[in-house]
Design a protein around this ligand. Structure first.
Ligand code: PMP
Length: 356
């Protein structure tokens, strides 16, 4: 029985993150983390960190990190917004920028946090179906809306839309804010950051969690027009001004300053991803042409659910959703070459045990 006070409580169905098992002996390919460590500069920063400075609140503007990002992306300081992971940035963006009574639009297959934020902030929304190849038809976003959000590449499919498609969606919707969630853009896509000067309604969101190996540090950022970033900061400073701690700001800065390591790591992951795609294809999998740090694969004979469970028994964690249209697919994070070999070996065994 519900207590009377519970009637006054906000009830939400929360987002379910991928499992973070305590067991260290597993091969963890379920949350799109980078298998390589952050750059050396991050380690040096932590080693040399002056602990006495933790007495004091952090810089609410994360000035140094924001400056470094502005320079790296060729935009002004006032065009950069920082948050505690891109989940925080996106959540603030929903709260600040989607205040219309008209529905926010996003693809039917997409990052499963979008409908959760919409629900928690009581934002109406409508999903726009992707085609049979999980592609976006920009014309389907040409309808009344209170904002648009989509990942590019999409998650969990890995499908990348061209910059022309992205621009078409933005240009068709100049009366609402369009958020492009580029969590995976560094693994082979063209960023929409280059369009922010042209479209003041465009917000591009990125993260340090994937290409910069800093999922545990929690750093995300957005780039947009000065006006958009001001609206975002106004809401952020109305919720919590000290979001990013001193250690995180310093680690983020060290990461941005090591462009070479960033490029080398991304290249390694792309190379392994392409090999993984080839190997899975020869085992009878159908795959999207993922441009992210994961692949999205469905086997012609053995169900994704069975493969997910069998891999788990062998201590290999991948991601599976029992959801319409994608319930026969596995999303597998690209690990190291050694992890990839073990994954392929395990899949070969599982398939041969089933006479495939
Ligand atoms: N957007 C997409 C599409 C994602 O898959 C993720 C990772 N779960 C995020 C945003 C959030 O990543 P983070 O908060 O670690 O930056």
């Amino acid at each position: 029985m519900q207590s009377k006070w519970e009637e006054n409580v906000r009830k939400v169905i929360p987002y379910i993150p991928g499992e973070q098992p305590k067991d260290t002996g597993i091969i963890k390919l379920n949350t799109n983390e980078n298998p390589y460590p952050p750059c050396d500069g991050v380690e040096r920063t932590l080693r040399d960190f002056r602990v006495d400075t933790l007495r004091m609140y952090p810089d609410t503007d994360s000035t140094e990190l924001r400056d470094a990002l502005a320079e790296r992306y060729g935009v002004g300081y006032e065009q950069v917004f920082l948050g505690v992971g891109s989940d925080d940035v996106l959540s603030m963006a929903f709260l600040a920028l989607f205040a219309s009574d008209k529905p926010v639009l996003f693809p039917d297959i997409t990052y499963s946090f979008y409908d959760v934020w919409a629900d928690v902030y009581k934002i109406p929304y409508k999903t726009v179906p992707l085609d049979d190849n999980f592609r976006i038809d920009p014309d389907k976003f040409n309808q009344p809306n209170g904002g648009i959000v989509f990942p590019n590449p999409n998650a969990p499919t890995g499908v990348l839309e061209s910059i022309d498609t992205v621009e078409k969606i933005v240009s068709l919707n100049k009366d609402s804010v369009v958020i492009v969630d580029e969590a995976y853009i560094d693994f082979g896509g063209v960023s929409a950051v280059g369009l922010v000067e042209k479209y003041d309604n465009l917000l591009v969101v990125q993260t340090f969690s994937k290409s910069r190996s800093l999922a545990g540090a929690r750093i995300g950022f957005a780039i947009g027009s000065r006006q958009l970033i001001k609206y975002l900061n106004d809401v952020k400073f109305s919720v919590n001004s000290y979001t990013m701690n001193r250690l995180t700001q310093a680690c983020g800065l060290a990461s941005v300053l090591d462009e070479q390591y960033f490029c080398d790591t991304v290249k390694k992951i792309i190379k392994t991803r392409e090999r993984l795609k080839d190997e899975l294809f020869s085992l009878g999998f159908k795959l999207t042409d993922s441009m992210a740090n994961f692949v999205f694969a469905s086997h012609k004979d053995v169900s994704a659910k069975v493969l997910f469970e069998e891999l788990k028994k062998r201590k290999i964690f991948v991601r599976y959703w029992d959801k319409p249209r994608i319930n026969n697919y596995l999303r597998i994070t690209v690990g190291t070459d050694e992890q990839t070999d073990k994954l392929i070996e395990a899949l070969k065994k599982i398939l041969s045990e089933r006479g495939v």
